[in-house]
Ligand binder design. Structure first.
Ligand SMILES: Cc1ncc(C[n+]2csc(CCOP(=O)(O)OP(=O)(O)O)c2C)c(N)n1
Ligand SMILES: [Mg+2]
Length: 672
């Protein structure tokens, strides 16, 4: 690579891009870890994007109509941090760059949402960013249709590497974006033919431009080090009504001894090679130094967007007070005031009519009253709409011909759906929920973990939540999934027993600001177990006494979801034999854990034997089978010990011994 020729062809541009490269080299060298090559390869693309196209204002990083910049190739985090420092984001100071990857720094190894204002999403697990971006772009389309283009009109720009495009989730994202004609989405592919193990062709021969084109994208291929070509490609991308992919031919670790090799992917810390690269760039300065005139040019780029942002604020101020309040409410993630009364009214009606319905149907009944009062909801399903009961009458279907539609047919793309929902939530102004079968949380898991890590309150509507789904058999019957989800930090796992608890769980989910929710819902009908109306949301306490012991309390049966009915029947059997039995419904362990110990002890007092019943594996239940502070209570578990089987649900419950008689027998054996 003739670095001198590149430098001489566009000297101003070159020095700006060089600042990204040298800061990257210095920060990685200081940390003695990190990824130098990607920021060095993509510095030219990023410079042109930020200089000429990106609408952003570092002084107001969360301005709602800003363009979004998503670094899908999150290992190249120094690219983002360098850009943020150079353009003047207050959270990313030079000290932060010096503290790259250190304890307490905002400049973590990979970009972490919430660490610094201006980091739009957490990336690092390859493919997530490009899949998030589809959600960002969908949210923008819906809001543009709803609010008009004077209020919402921005682009989502993504940098994705070879790794992002090899990950399966990219296929889901590309297919969905192409079909939906997300014209405000622009993806730059860092086409450097290098990954960690070597060249890309050791593991992949995909014709990426053809792949994107086949999915309905506008595709261009350019020299990723030519600022004129980059600029022209972005202009063309913005003009095209389709989502755009710009294949940028680049050299990883440009100008360094490790250029074009997989060694260039990682931490380039050799001091002599580092100095040689700086000399080749024409910037032989000390560590973390950027020439004053170059810094000034970058700061001018950072200042460029203030005017645009102020113009937007003027347009926003022209909206009626009511509209402004509504916009701000949705962006703040606040539920409307009406929500509580709406849920209460539904609960009252249900406790009186006491229907026997599947909780997936209960969820639909709840959504029917929620969606009309929460225009920010965006629902959907991964091709199981009729089974997940996720679509309500008023929503309309999001489509290139109907941008106001709020229901998404995600297709058979669980992972892509979950990642897109993260993007919608991160975009702001949207509350996303989406459904699939509970068993396929496995497929969505990569993005579900990031919902939890980022603290974005998306709602996963996971129906067919146990062997209770019956004939579809063990491939479709989750047994370990509740345990896996409960093991995930910052995730509320709700397994409601009836329509009342389902409505309460939805209220919890829709008022959550920093925690995603999973609703584990039954396929099979369940009786209403809460027939006495309470205004109070009992599910919000996580666990509560559903039926207390008659006489001396000798046993406590804990249950969730479809097994609460079994617990109540077991209680009847035990009470008939004079054994005082309390039933505790535990729809959300995490919320129960959040209650104070006094409340937990009131619900689960020491002394009586404890039996838990759940049509899943035992893993995790010991937390509740043991007393507070780990004191062992006499206890037992009735549930699954392996995979399920294909048969009608009732037969399965019999065969696997998840019955009232088994629970009662277990209690009796413990009392003896
Ligand atoms: C899901 C996932 N798998 C593996 C990794 C580890 N990893 C980080 S970067 C990388 C190579 C990516 O290659 P590419 O996207 O081409 O990046 P480049 O080497 O060009 O910077 C791998 C395997 C990861 N971050 N995420
Ligand atoms: Mg690569």
């Amino acid at each position: 690579m003739d670095i001198a020729a590149l430098r001489d062809a566009h000297p101003d541009h070159w020095m700006k891009a060089t600042a990204i490269r040298t800061l990257t080299l210095d920060a990685v060298a200081a940390a003695n870890s990190g990824h130098s090559g990607m920021p060095m390869g993509m510095a030219d693309v990023a410079t042109v994007l930020f200089e000429k196209h990106l609408n952003f204002d570092p002084k107001v990083p969360n301005w709602p109509d800003r363009d979004r910049f998503i670094l899908s190739a999150g290992h190249g985090s120094m690219l983002l941090y360098a850009l943020m420092y150079l353009t003047g984001y207050e959270d990313i100071t030079l000290q932060q760059i010096k503290d790259f990857r250190q304890w307490g720094a905002k400049t973590a190894g990979h970009p972490e949402y919430g660490h610094a204002r201006g980091i739009e999403t957490t990336t690092g697990p390859l493919g997530q960013g490009i899949a998030n971006s589809v959600g960002f772009a969908i949210a923008e389309e819906i809001q543009r249709a709803h609010w008009g283009s004077k209020i919402v009109n921005h682009h989502t720009y993504v940098i994705a590497g070879d790794g992002c495009l090899m990950e399966g989730v990219s296929h889901e994202a590309i297919g969905l974006a192409g079909m939906q004609k997300l014209g405000h989405l622009v993806v730059f592919w860092d086409n450097n033919n290098i990954t960690i193990d070597g060249t890309v062709d050791m593991s992949d021969l995909s014709d990426q431009p053809a792949r994107f084109a086949a999915a309905g994208w506008h595709v261009q291929s350019i020299d990723g080090h030519d600022p004129k070509a980059i600029d022209a490609a972005i202009i063309a991308a913005k003009a095209d009504p389709r989502p755009s992919m710009i294949a940028c031919k680049t050299h990883i670790a440009l100008g360094h001894a490790a250029q074009d090799t997989s060694k260039g992917h990682g931490a380039l810390t050799n001091a002599e090679q580092l100095a040689a690269a700086k000399t080749a760039y024409g910037a032989p300065m000390g560590a973390f130094e950027v020439a004053d005139d170059v810094l000034a040019q970058w700061q001018a780029i950072g200042a460029r967007g203030a005017e645009t942002r102020k113009d937007w604020e003027t347009r926003f101020a022209a909206l009626s007070a009511g509209k402004q309040a509504e916009f701000n409410r949705a962006y703040a993630g606040d539920a409307p005031k009406k929500l509580a009364a709406t849920i209460r009214a539904l609960k009252k009606q249900i406790s009186e009519s006491a229907p026997s319905v599947a909780t997936r149907k209960s969820s639909e009944m709840t959504l029917e009253v929620i969606n009309p009062i929460m225009p920010e909801t965006i629902g959907g399903s991964a091709d199981l709409t009729g089974s997940n009961n996720t679509k309500t009458g008023d929503m309309g279907v999001f489509h290139p011909d109907d941008r106001k539609g709020r229901y998404i047919y995600y297709g058979i793309r669980e992972h892509g759906m979950a990642a897109a929902m993260n993007g919608m939530a991160l975009h702001g102004g949207a509350r996303a929920y989406g459904g699939t079968f509970m068993c396929f949380t496995d497929y969505a898991r990569g993005a579900m973990r990031l919902s939890a890590l980022m603290g974005v309150p998306v709602t996963y509507v996971m129906t067919h939540d146990s062997i209770g789904l019956g004939e579809d058999g063990p491939t479709h019957q989750p047994v370990e999934h509740l345990a896996m989800l409960r093991a995930t930090p910052n995730t509320h796992v709700f397994r409601p027993a009836d329509t009342i608890e389902t409505a309460e769980a939805w209220e919890c989910a829709l008022t959550s600001k920093t925690t995603p929710s999973v609703l584990a819902l039954s396929r099979q009908n369940l009786p209403t177990v809460r027939t006495t109306h309470t205004n109070k949301n009992l599910t919000a306490q996580g666990g509560y006494v559903l039926a207390d012991a008659d006489g001396k309390r000798q046993a406590i049966i804990m249950a969730t979801g479809s097994e609460v009915e079994i617990a109540l029947a077991a209680r009847d059997l035990l009470q008939a034999d004079g054994i005082g039995t309390r039933v505790v419904s535990m729809p959300c362990w995490e919320l129960f854990e959040e209650q104070d110990e006094t409340y937990r002890r009131k619900v689960l007092p020491a002394g009586p034997v404890r039996v838990a019943v759940e049509a899943g594996i035992r893993f995790g239940w010991d937390r509740w089978l043991f007393g507070e502070r780990g004191k062992r209570e006499k206890s037992g578990f009735v549930g699954m010990h392996g995979f399920g089987a294909s048969a009608p649900a009732e037969r399965l419950y019999q065969e696997f011994g998840i019955t009232a008689a088994e629970v009662a027998a277990k209690v009796k054996s413990l009392i003896k």
